[in-house]
Design a binder for this molecule. Sequence first.
Ligand code: NDP
Length: 321
Amino acid sequence: MDFKVFSVQKRQKNNEDIRNVVIIGGGPAGLTAAIYSARAMLQPLLIEKGVMGGQAAITDILENYPGFPDGIGGPRLSELFEIQAKKFGTEIINDEVVSVRKDSDIFFVEGLDAEYKARSLIIATGASYKRLGVKGEEELIGRGISFCATCDGAFFKDAKIAVIGGGDSAVKEAIFLTKFAQEVYIIHRRDALRAEKIIQQQAFSNPKIKFKWKTIVEEFIGDESGIKKLRLRNVDSGDLYEEHFDGAFIFIGHRPNSEVFSGLVEMDENGFIITDESMRTSMEGVFAVGDVRKKALRQVITASADGAIAAYMVEEYLHKR
Ligand code: NDP
């Protein structure tokens, strides 16, 4: 596909422009909000602090995104979203938002590089991987502990790897890691997986995948050269033992990237932003979409759906004003 891409990279300190809508976050939710609001001629500004595509961009392959029966690589799908958003005139800026305040119906979005003004906001900052919070974890992140199989799997050729968690991420990534590793142990605190049944079946029939049920990690043991052992506990018997592993991947869910918006919009006890079904938050003119909001199913398709709805509601909100 060869789209003619245009982007207006205009970065000004204390930019005087008041944008119709500023979208914070460039994952599937933010990019879809950008596509829809650009097509509604709202000339959106999208601010992303890191890599475009969010978590989808670090997912090896998406097998359940409709329209791609053979699956599509997460990086490729993210690239297509971005091309489409730019094609319709979204301006994309790389900056990190550090605070947001409202004054006389205008939102002031403070970035590390510039301040942006907007009549409405779409928060699409997603979620980050949760940590276990056990001994040795912090020190060994990047030295044998990883949260991204696509990024780091290849470092573990012929290795013995632990994957912690029992949801879709853990089981899918464990399957992916068998491309490189000799043995992959899924270490799960219960005796049943939470992952989709079809993904479970793939794992159960993979000879390289083994399970340690009802088991929790109490400590990661290693040094500068990497992980050496995990201290594990069986939650039934209480047995505590150490076992050698070359690496560990932690997939135990997510925490929302919503700290910047505390005080601005209502959140639940875990920091997920509360919206109605039109993506409206408790603050008029502020919408939240994708993994950062409180919702039942966090998928690329539901993130995109949120983005489309929010863009539509922003248009209605601006029109009424
Ligand atoms: P989930 O919240 O679905 O699963 C987290 C897993 O980690 C659970 O098995 C949970 O155990 C376990 N866990 C949580 N906290 C701890 C802890 N402190 N110690 C040990 N284990 C812990 O997160 P995922 O990241 O897997 O998925 C997030 C969302 O993304 C889900 O909606 C999922 O469906 C979706 N997703 C879909 C994919 C797909 O291809 N369809 C791929 C990846 C994600 P327990 O089960 O006991 O609660």
